[in-house]
Ligand binder design. Structure first.
Ligand SMILES: NC(=O)c1ccc[n+]([C@@H]2O[C@H](COP(=O)([O-])OP(=O)(O)OC[C@H]3O[C@@H](n4cnc5c(N)ncnc54)[C@H](O)[C@@H]3O)[C@@H](O)[C@H]2O)c1
Length: 305
């Protein structure tokens, strides 16, 4: 059994914690001793309206269990206010869980600018605003953990979710760069792609499976990623139904052509199989290792020339 994971001296913001996955994360952080800012605008799953009772109820649940929490009812697009609320209530901020989200599913042909923009605003701009406001505090105290909520719809694609998929994989791009920028100040940044039975997935997942995919089965990973014990950064984890796995990029060794002579579309066609052949594939973890095969190709032809 690993050493106990505790948050007695830590303050955690969980956005969109008035229900679904965020509520489960907030309850588990509080159970492990964290003081929690339970943020939720309390709107519909489509991002309409607002209702303070969602966050208030979760705070009441945490307090009834002996934990410490405050409610925040701002939209994540006003991220600075949420971070200020944490500072006002508890004097510090240690962990940010970017979880708030909405859906505006439509096939691309029917997608309207308003659906595209609102999904971007809540998922990407919201996560940016909260994290950006917390970032200087995390850096300064040489401790921070940030968790972004991506989705398999971003990683693999899903019919009717072009806006959502764009936003969700965008958050992984943000994760990768913040992991690099935060590392030297012990600010570690990871992303999860969860699956859980919530109002967001109700009707999409068959009822018998829906009941098994309890939101509580996602939170242990999130709480671990928020802890001092977690020393990994830049990771992407799929999680749900009591299972956790890690995702990484894989790239073929590819095909190289003479850069001086150039190459034609027909050359591409002639090497198409080789370009897509994953035998001996590599798993680049940064920009430098990603460029290795390209640089080797340049070198090979420079030597010949
Ligand atoms: N449930 C799944 O299977 C699943 C799969 C992949 C990704 N996700 C992601 O997990 C996160 C949580 O989703 P969920 O399934 O628990 O859905 P949910 O609808 O139960 O929870 C989302 C919460 O975010 C809040 N919210 C929405 N807009 C907000 C805003 N502007 N400011 C503050 N709060 C706001 C909502 O009020 C709601 O309580 C989302 O980011 C979602 O995209 C969920």
């Amino acid at each position: 059994m690993s050493e106990a994971i505790r948050f007695e001296d830590k303050v955690v913001i969980v956005t969109g914690a008035g229900g679904g996955l965020g509520r489960a994360h907030a309850l588990l952080f509080a159970k492990h001793g964290a003081r929690v800012v339970v943020n939720d605008l309390g709107g519909s799953a489509h991002g309409e309206g607002a209702n303070a009772s969602a966050a208030d109820k979760v705070v009441a649940e945490i307090q009834a269990a002996g934990g410490t929490a405050v409610a925040n009812h701002d939209s994540v697009t006003d991220g600075g206010k949420i971070v200020q609320n944490a500072l006002d209530a508890f004097g510090r901020i240690d962990v940010v869980v970017n979880n708030a989200g909405i859906l505006r599913d439509k096939s691309f042909v029917k997608m309207e600018d308003a659906d595209w923009d609102l999904v971007y605003k809540v998922h990407v701009e919201g996560a940016y605003k909260v994290t950006h406001a917390a970032w200087p505090h995390l850096r300064e105290q040489n401790f921070g953990r940030v968790i972004f909520t991506a989705s398999t719809s971003g990683i693999y694609g899903n019919f009717g979710q072009s806006n959502y998929g764009m936003a969700k994989l965008g958050l992984y791009g943000l994760t990768r760069t913040l992991a690099i920028e935060g590392r030297k100040n012990n600010v570690l940044v990871n992303a999860i792609a969860p699956t859980g039975g919530t109002r967001m997935t109700e009707g999409l997942i068959p009822p018998q499976v829906f009941d098994q995919l309890k939101p509580e089965l996602v939170s242990p990973l999130v709480v671990y990623l928020g802890s001092e014990q977690c020393q990994d950064t830049g990771g992407l984890y799929e999680v749900g139904g009591g299972w956790v796995g890690k995702v990484r990029w894989e790239r073929s060794l590819g095909a190289g052509f003479d850069p001086k002579a150039g190459f034609s579309p027909e050359d591409v066609a002639g090497h198409w199989k080789q370009i897509g052949d994953f035998e001996g594939a590599v798993h680049p973890d940064d920009n430098v290792t990603a460029l290795r095969e390209m640089m080797a190709n340049l070198q090979k032809y420079m030597k010949l020339g």
